[in-house]
Design a protein around this ligand. Sequence first.
Ligand SMILES: C[S@@+](CC[C@H](N)C(=O)[O-])C[C@H]1O[C@@H](n2cnc3c(N)ncnc32)[C@H](O)[C@@H]1O
Length: 258
Amino acid sequence: MTFLEFKNLVSKELDLRLDAYKLNRVERRIFSLMRRHQVEDLNDCYRRLQEDPSFKESFLKHFTINTSEFFRNPTSFKFLETVVLPGIFTRNNKVKIWSAACSNGSEPYSVAILINEMGIPPDRYEILATDIDHFVLEAAKKGIYNFQALLRVENKIEKKYFARVGEDQFKLDDRIKKQVQFEHQDLLKEKFSAGWNLIICRNFFIYLTKQGKDSLTKRFSRALAPGGILFLGNTEFIFEPSIFGLEKLNGSFYEKSS
Ligand SMILES: C[S@@+](CC[C@H](N)C(=O)[O-])C[C@H]1O[C@@H](n2cnc3c(N)ncnc32)[C@H](O)[C@@H]1O
């Protein structure tokens, strides 16, 4: 079978919108997984996906790249802390924040830490965090991280919000954990709720085709409240934000026109 045929069958079998992802990246990841599992060809791969649940699990895990860390790209988080969040909390009494494709939770928890440091009471905001990968969501709910994930956490923040629970394991404080609600969601298929003051979707657009990115940008823009902010990854840009009713603020921050 050709790769295209395989991709179409697998999209149905796994209920994934593989078309929105960049094809050569999808292809590279699938062939590397096949080599690792000594799968002969695409027919064999498809058969294994149908018959072997543990292979299916590896396939899904391999496909979604979960790299994340607290305060990833500190300069952007500084801008979030000093400009974006203060502006949002001044303009709105109740604030809705959504971390889309949140991976292991270090991104939404970083935001919760910043808001706590601003002294804002928890009843003024809600933070939703979603991802397609059930495994990372379970890890996120546990809130236990290794040293690598905490590399960009300042000492005073680490002391205040993390407790060492093993040789290389740090547990996030329950006060922060309970401020983030995790849910499973496929960004390419499921409907979005509206009224978000801040949508954070970082390091996910890079995996999508131009069409996939445009469609997601349009849907995010609709989901933002007027004046709401979209925060992308440091290598992700929207070339003509005005088409989507957005205006570039700074770096990877875009504001929805009121
Ligand atoms: C590289 S991580 C980014 C994590 C975090 N936003 C950051 O920048 O540190 C990409 C995440 O996208 C998730 N993902 C992939 N396809 C998805 C989809 N269709 N819907 C929702 N999440 C998806 C993966 O499971 C992974 O956790």
